[in-house]
Design a protein around this ligand. Structure first.
Ligand SMILES: *C/C=C(C)/C=C/C=C(C)/C=C/C1=C(C)CCCC1(C)C
Length: 243
């Protein structure tokens, strides 16, 4: 795959996995520029939230830059870069939930509980995908339990109570972010199952469709990182106008 003369990775025109790595990289860069440049048009209270949205897409852009290269030169899944990206960006998304609910009285404990659960989810996922593949099902199950715990806390537990108390634009944004958590984040376990042989039949196939794990992860990242940031952006815009 590598052009030895120039040592530049060459992309096949039908490499749709590679395509999503390139587009993902560009989209994350564009989103970061958008969030960073818009930061100063908001009240102080919202600046940090927008900054965090930008950091999430910026960290992803850097990792996509490496993942794109890794894929182009090896044709393998960049599992290591993928999980380093997630272990940095997913806790930042937990911080985002906390920042939004802070005014309604959210404590640091809620934030650390979410960060802890997301760390368990990702470390066990990494173990199943990158280290102990023979037991991918078991690691995936543990990871899934941590995921359900996060969903419970945010959609029904303490975070939900605080959002209801805050009402208005905060509640609306919280409800949208919950949808990202339940629908958007559920894309990842599907990708994991597609990448695990012996789960839904042949490797790389789910419900009879030929799919690549990396495409599923890349689509998930675009929806969740950029979409999540835009919800926060909309909330900051709405409350800045209200004030
Ligand atoms: C920006 C990146 C995000 C929002 C990544 C989220 C990742 C997950 C929700 C991953 C979840 C997994 C399971 C629930 C079970 C199988 C293993 C994982 C790690 C793919």
């Amino acid at each position: 795959m590598t052009n030895l003369f120039l040592s530049v990775p060459v992309m096949a025109t039908d490499d749709y996995v590679g395509f999503t790595f390139f587009v993902g990289c560009m989209a994350m860069m564009a989103a970061s520029a958008f969030f960073f440049l818009s930061m100063n048009s908001f009240d102080r209270k919202w600046k940090t939230s927008i900054l965090v949205s930008g950091l999430i897409t910026f960290i992803a852009a850097v990792h996509y830059y490496y993942m794109r290269d890794y894929w182009a030169s090896t044709g393998d899944s960049p599992t290591f870069f993928r999980y380093v990206d997630w272990i940095l960006t997913v806790p930042l998304m937990c911080v985002e939930f906390y920042l939004i609910l802070k005014a309604a009285g959210a404590g640091k404990k809620l934030m650390w509980t979410l960060i802890g659960a997301s760390t368990v989810m990702l470390v066990t996922g990494y173990w199943g995908e990158g280290v102990d593949r023979d037991n991918a099902q078991i690691w995936g199950l543990v990871s899934g339990l941590a995921y359900f715990y996060i969903v419970y806390l945010v959609a029904a537990g303490e975070a939900k109570e605080l959002a209801t108390k805050a009402g208005g634009a905060v509640l609306k944004a919280h409800n949208t972010l919950v949808k990202f958590l339940i629908i958007g984040w559920a894309i990842y376990p599907i990708g994991y199952m597609v990448g695990t042989s012996g789960w839904y039949g042949a490797e790389g196939e789910i419900f009879g469709m030929e799919l690549a794990m990396d495409v599923i992860y890349n689509v998930g990242d675009a929806i969740n990182k950029i979409g999540f940031g835009l919800v926060v952006y909309a909330l900051a815009t709405a409350s800045t106008q209200e004030a």
